[in-house]
Design a protein around this ligand. Structure first.
Ligand code: GLP
Length: 240
């Protein structure tokens, strides 16, 4: 794993933007695997600013997102579909037809997972962007998820519900289940870029990079990826 430690979140976001823009410049038809969470917000703001200033073209880009809360429709203000539209796609002129995410309202969850598995096979990703859960999760693959997993429905860990409650009015509103891309599929991306910011990620960063490769720490699987870069700010990288 290539490791870049930055002095702060601003520098982390700038370095991450360099990597993402590099992929888009090299291949205007690239498939981008994207992530939600607060960590990529600075990166997304930079991509939008670059698009406005330099006209980087996203008209042929396709995107695939990692995960979605089960039960939330795409118009719901806390759905990941909504998050992506508001924080990235609208700013880059990316149309809904270019984007892919699990349908949180799908009645037949099994069928929805199979649909997403097939889609991921058909759309090999040039890059997969990831955030890191404080418990070492990637996407919504919680500790204990088999490394061979495909798209599945997960019962969120209590710590994840708590972490994500800050984005809801009340913790009781946080959905307890989610659809997530599996670990096997994260590993299939040609390139992986994982971002970590803040001292509350330091333990997870340490275990991901220096710990044993174990399903107890889902992100540790990235040690086995042939082209994975971690960008962490000093706070998140503090235990390395
Ligand atoms: C959620 C998402 C993850 C994300 C994680 C970290 O649980 N499913 O994909 O990486 O939160 O979020 P944040 O960047 O807000 O710390």
């Amino acid at each position: 794993m290539k490791i870049i430690i930055t002095k702060d979140y601003e520098e982390l976001s700038a370095k991450a933007a360099e990597v993402l823009l590099g992929v888009v410049e090299q291949n205007p038809r690239a498939v981008l695997g994207l992530a939600t969470g607060t960590t990529p917000l600075g990166l997304y703001a930079r991509m939008i600013a670059d698009h406005r200033e330099n006209g980087t073209d996203y008209s042929q880009i396709r995107t695939v997102n990692l995960d979605e809360y089960k039960g939330l429709p795409e118009m719901h203000g806390q759905s990941y579909a909504y998050f992506m539209r508001k924080n990235l796609f609208e700013g880059l002129g990316i149309t809904p037809g270019q984007t892919n995410i699990e349908d949180g309202t799908a009645e037949d969850a099994k069928q929805e997972c199979a649909r997403y598995d097939a889609l991921l096979e058909a759309l090999p990703r040039d890059i997969q962007l990831l955030g890191l859960g404080s418990n070492g999760h990637i996407a919504f693959n919680e500790p204990g998820t088999p490394f061979g997993s495909g798209t599945h429905v997960v019962a969120l860990a209590e710590s994840t519900v708590k972490d994500n409650a800050r984005l809801f009015k009340d913790i009781s509103e946080v959905p307890r289940k989610a659809f997530t891309m599996g670990i096997r599929q994260i590993m299939q991306a040609k390139k992986v870029l994982i971002l970590a910011s803040g001292a509350n990620k330091a333990e997870a960063v340490y275990k991901m990079v220096k710990g044993e490769v174990t399903e107890k720490v889902p992100a540790s699987v990235l040690q086995l990826h042939p082209d994975c870069t971690l960008i962490a700010d000093e706070a998140a990288g503090g235990k390395l």
